[in-house]
Ligand binder design. Sequence first.
Ligand code: HSE
Length: 349
Amino acid sequence: MLNIAIMGFGTVGSGIAEVISNNYALVKSRLGDDINIKRILDLRDFPDSPYANRVTHNFDDIISDESIAVVAETMGGVGAAYKYTKALLEAGKHVVTSNKELVATHGIELLRIAESRGVKYLFEGSVGGGIPLIRPMNESLAHDDIIEITGILNGTTNFILTEMAAGYDFDAALREAQRLGYAEADPSADIDGYDACRKICILAAVAFGVLIPPAKVSCRGIRGLTLDHLAAAAEKNRAVKLIARARRLPDGKIEAEVAPYEVVMTNPLYSVEGVFNGVLLHGSMTGDVMFYGRGAGSLPTASAVVADIIECAAGSGCGKKHLTWEDGSGLYLLPEEGTVPGLGERIKF
Ligand code: HSE
């Protein structure tokens, strides 16, 4: 029996329980074992939930329980989530997470602790929601040198921009994204680009082995974009997208940015609409590879976390690339102004 715990029973945490319950037989066959959600840590009680009797408000119930081997951290933020994750890894428990802020801020330290304790710290759910992205980069593309990453990495802003392109109101689209469980607790992280910025820093770290601190990266969101910007792009057969990019230069420096772009019709990201995310990787051998899927929401994101739980317990192929990251603070370069060939132009406003 694999006993797990979930910390944070919100959109993603409750989705984990739902994915395990809905696909129980499949998860069991992949694990080769039964799986049991033994504890759920949250400040709230959930009296109407079938998991009501597993809820605890005391972290000690998880860390001191030797039968719990894997913990899913879906609390978000870098406060208690950081303290608990560190303690769990030090105690020799695997931790899986959808918390991009924590991975992008403390990933170097947490991966080192995991390595030193012989456990895993996995974060497939932190980028691209339900899109398998980090594992394919680490395994299927393990042989290749990924040079460039370009993506639409925030479902909320892509949803808003898609609604605006159809002439709808920014505020109504944001409210709908919140209702559907896409937006961050504080949606300014979506709108101002910080969420996409954390995600591109994580993907760049997976690809290049160095973590650029998100605070260093040039980051502009969609606040202030108007229907006129969208109409102007449409007139040129372009679409407005919040683009996150990172590129490793031959001297090892890394360019990265988040900015609204007018994307040309020939780029595959032009057609990524609604809550969907799209990520284009360029590998020196493989060439262009595109990933596409639901970038936010309870079940897609929880699915990615459950896949990590299975990897912790059942192992996987060759996920050894960049098991730990170096500090890339000194390697950051601001991308040059002007048109990006094949992508389009930044929108100035
Ligand atoms: N707020 C995020 C988004 C959730 O809209 O993409 C998934 O990381």
